[in-house]
Ligand binder design. Structure first.
Ligand SMILES: Nc1ncnc2c1ncn2[C@@H]1O[C@H](COP(=O)(O)OP(=O)(O)O)[C@@H](O)[C@H]1O
Ligand SMILES: [Mg+2]
Length: 318
C-alpha cells in the first residue's frame, strides 16, 4: 500500500531523511520511533503529501505522492486521516461541530453529516459529550474527538503524530485500544509516530527506528526488542551491568516460548551451578518475550555453549 524507496528529504541544504526505504501493507499498524529531531514527523508529512521530498520515490496505492496535482492531491488527503499530540480542536466549536468540520468542507448533506458524526461519536464513546466544548473535556476525551474527526471522510490510512504523548499511561492505553479496534474493525492502516517505547510495545506490529534521518532498525516489533542490536540498545538506554569475573551469557526467550525451565534443566542436565545475574519478561503486542543473563565459570563455557547451540537457543556472550 505504501512503498518508499531511497527517499531523501532536505530542508535547504540540510538532509533530514536519508535513503529511507520501506513498505507498509494495508491493515498494518506501523510505528515510526525515534528521539526528538530524528525526522519522524517529516516522514509522516511526506507520506500525506504535506511535505515535498527531493529524491527517491514514495508511493501510496501506486501513486507517486509528489507528482499529485491539486484535485488528485485533495482526494488523496481525504483518504489519509491525521491526529496530533495537541489534538488541534477548535475551542469555540462543540464536539459535534469539530467532528463535522471535514464533512462540511467537502459539502456533505446535513443528514449525511448527522448520521456519520453520531456513529463516530458512538465509536469513540462520546455520544453524551456531543454538545460539550473541548475546554470541558479531558485530554483522552479530546483525543477521541480528534480521532472521530479524522475518520469522517472514511480514510484508508490514519496517521498519528505523538497522539498519546500528552496523556497519562492509563489514558494512553485506552487510546491505543481504540486505535487497535479501528484498525481491526474498519481495516484502516495506522502509522504512528512516537518517542515512547511503551506505545510501540503495546500496539505496533512492525516498527521503524529512526535516528538523525537514518533507518537504524526496521522489523517486526518483537524482533527489535527480542535481541536488540547495539543501536537499539543505545536507543533503549539499556546497558547490561554484569559481574566482571567469569563469563556472562545472555539468553533470549522468543515470543510464546519463554523457556522458563531452560535454566533449571540445563543446570540439572549438565550438573552445574550458575549464577543468575538478572532477567526480565515483557509483553510486546500480546506476546511475552524476555531475556536472562547468567554468570558461569570459565571452565563451564564450552559445555554451556554447546548445550545452548544444541537446544537452538538465541544467546550471546557479553
Ligand atoms: N520546516 C522546517 N524547516 C527546517 N527544518 C526543519 C523543519 N521541520 C523540521 N526541521 C528539522 O528537521 C529535523 C527533523 O524534524 P522532525 O521531523 O520534526 O523530527 P521529529 O518529529 O522526529 O522530532 C530536525 O532537525 C528539525 O529541526
Ligand atoms: Mg515530531
Amino acid at each position: 500500500m505504501i512503498n518508499i524507496k531511497n527517499l531523501n528529504k532536505y530542508y535547504g541544504t540540510t538532509k533530514v531523511l536519508n535513503d529511507i526505504s520501506l513498505t507498509i501493507n494495508k491493515g498494518d499498524i506501523f510505528a515510526i520511533v525515534g528521539h526528538s529531531g530524528a525526522g519522524k514527523s517529516t516522514l509522516l508529512r511526506c507520506i500525506n503529501g504535506l511535505e515535498q521530498y527531493q529524491e527517491g520515490s514514495l508511493q501510496v496505492n501506486n501513486n507517486e505522492v509528489k507528482t499529485l496535482k491539486k484535485d488528485k492531491l485533495n482526494n488523496f488527503r481525504k483518504n489519509v486521516g491525521m491526529i496530533f499530540q495537541h489534538f488541534s480542536l477548535l475551542e469555540r466549536k462543540t464536539v459535534f461541530q469539530n467532528v463535522a468540520l471535514p464533512m462540511e468542507i467537502w459539502k456533505y448533506s446535513k443528514e449525511e453529516i448527522n448520521t456519520k458524526v453520531l456513529s463516530l461519536l458512538k465509536l469513540v464513546g462520546l455520544e453524551e459529550k456531543r454538545e460539550s466544548y473541548p475546554g470541558e473535556l479531558s485530554g483522552g476525551q479530546k483525543q477521541r474527538v480528534a480521532i472521530a474527526r479524522a475518520l469522517t471522510l472514511d480514510p484508508e490510512i490514519l496517521l498519528s503524530d505523538e497522539a498519546t504523548s500528552a496523556l497519562d499511561p492509563n489514558t494512553t492505553s485506552s487510546i491505543l485500544n481504540l486505535l487497535k479496534k479501528i484498525n481491526k474493525d474498519m481495516n484502516i492502516t495506522i502509522i504512528l509516530v512516537t518517542h515512547e517505547m511503551e506505545v510501540v510495545k503495546q500496539i505496533a506490529q512492525r516498527s521503524l527506528l529512526l535516528e538523525h534521518g537514518n533507518i537504524i532498525g526496521l522489523d517486526v516489533t518483537e524482533n527489535l526488542f527480542l535481541k536488540p542490536d547495539d543501536k537499539m540498545k543505545e536507543f533503549l538506554g539499556e546497558i547490561d551491568v554484569v559481574p566482571n569475573s567469569g563469563i556472562n551469557i545472555k539468553i533470549y526467550f522468543p515470543k510464546d516460548n519463554t523457556n522458563q525451565s531452560l535454566i533449571t534443566k540445563m543446570a540439572r542436565e549438565l550438573d552445574m551451578d550458575f549464577n543468575i545475574v538478572w532477567g526480565k519478561l515483557e509483553e510486546i503486542n500480546t506476546h511475552i518475550i524476555g531475556n536472562m543473563i547468567i554468570n558461569i565459570k570459565d571452565e563451564q563455557k564450552e559445555e554451556v555453549c554447546s548445550y545452548l547451540i544444541n537446544k537452538n537457543i538465541i544467546w550471546e556472550v557479553l
